[in-house]
Design a protein. Structure first.
Length: 66
């Protein structure tokens, strides 16, 4: 179980790092200037799609129970 968790964390970290790099390259700014905003964006996305809460999760639960 620990390996699976570590692999998931590494994949998520790599995706966030690549996204930050691509956004920084697109706007021609340093990566450190974009990291805060991509971190906030990923936090919001993860919040909406986790089973613990969010609009999407509540909507899916209400559709299943109906």
């Amino acid at each position: 179980m620990k390996r699976k968790f570590l692999a998931t964390m590494m994949i998520a970290f790599t995706i966030e790092l690549l996204t930050t790099y691509l956004v920084a390259s697109f706007f021609s700014v340093r990566m450190i200037e974009v990291m805060f905003f991509t971190g906030i964006a990923f936090t919001v996305i993860i919040y909406f799609f986790t089973s613990s809460g969010g609009i999407i999760s509540n909507m899916a639960s209400s559709e299943v129970s109906a």
